[in-house]
Design a protein around this ligand. Structure first.
Ligand code: CP
Length: 319
């Protein structure tokens, strides 16, 4: 694995990353993936390193895969449960981080509901920091695992690289950090990105802000798309009713086999998870082994998080 393309201390977002840095992570992940297929799934790469996972929001995929990634590379991994920590006694985020810093970890992985929280914390932390999701802002490791999954499928999609690829990101991109991060990553790699959704669930001036094309009709947005990414309705980030009802949302915006007929031949279907069946995606699509790569995304998430830890802990080149 090359060592010359990664000089960062933190991974805060996709907005920061160059095409070369993205490829450096994807190459490292593709190489580390082999470890997860062995009988004995452990390598000594991060022996002696300490990783702390600090999640202020719920998570299944991201938290588990960061923990597993650290353990498979022999790091000491601590999962701090916010619910049973001194956060519940009123300790601030800054003081919590200062306390953890005093124990001299090498890497801290943080998910927090406030956009920009990790950027603030990174300025005060000696350890490396990975943004595991900040509010509706960014979720860079999700974007990297999505890019690895798309890259794996380029031969099926009859594409040599990302430059002629059309990716339709469908649903609630307004509240989605996944949508922002994947749009930024795909644009850096040269793909066409579409945000497809009702006007009330699209970011303000998305064309200018993210360089995406905007579609207000699902069938139009799906036409010719090689990759279709469905997004969960982020109900936890909605202060008012953005949709009339879940049933009506599915009627207009639910991803069904019939609707996918206008996408490119062999188009793949992605979803960052957790999926809400019968809301943004029909079970017939989510479970379609021909098209759905949703569980491949999960498997690639583990490899990508191993690669990110490898790079940030200073053993994979850089600082
Ligand atoms: N995609 C994603 O971030 O899933 P979790 O919330 O389960 O981590």
């Amino acid at each position: 694995m090359g060592t010359h393309l990664w000089n960062r201390k933190h991974l805060l977002g996709m907005a920061d990353l160059s095409r070369e840095e993205i490829h450096a992570i994807l190459e490292a992940a593709a190489s580390l993936r082999e470890v997860n297929r062995r009988d004995i799934k452990k390598v000594p790469t991060l022996r002696g390193k300490t990783v702390i996972n600090l999640f202020y929001e719920n998570s299944t995929r991201t938290r588990t895969s960061f923990e597993l990634a650290g353990k498979r590379m022999s790091a000491d991994v601590i999962n701090m449960s916010v619910a049973s920590s001194s956060v519940k006694k009123g300790e601030t985020l800054y003081d919590t981080l200062a306390t953890l810093q005093a124990m001299n970890p090498d890497l801290v992985v943080i998910r927090h509901p406030e956009s920009g929280a990790q950027e603030f914390l990174a300025r005060h932390l000696d350890a490396s920091l990975v943004n595991a999701g900040d509010g509706r802002h960014e979720h860079p490791t999700q974007a990297l695992l999505d890019l690895l999954t798309i890259h794996d499928n380029l031969p099926l999609l009859e594409q040599e690289d990302f430059s002629s690829l059309i990716v339709a990101v469908c649903g609630d991109s307004l509240h989605s950090r996944v949508a922002r991060s994947i749009a930024l990553g795909l644009k850096t790699l040269g793909a066409e990105v579409r945000f497809v959704g009702p006007p009330g669930l699209l970011p303000f001036r998305a064309e200018e802000a993210f360089g995406v094309r905007v579609f207000h009709r699902l069938e139009q947005g799906l036409e010719g798309a090689h990759v279709v990414m469905a997004l969960r309705l982020q109900l936890e980030r909605m202060s008012v009713g953005f949709i009339p009802s879940v049933r009506e949302y599915f009627a207009f915006w639910g991803l069904t086999k019939a609707r996918l007929a206008v996408a490119a031949p062999n188009a793949i279907v992605m979803h960052p998870g957790p999926i809400n069946r019968g809301v943004e995606i029909a079970s017939e699509v989510a479970d379609d082994r021909e098209r759905s790569v949703i569980l491949d995304q999960v498997a690639n998430g583990l490899a990508v998080r191993m690669a990110v830890m490898y790079r940030l802990c200073g053993v994979g080149g850089g600082r």
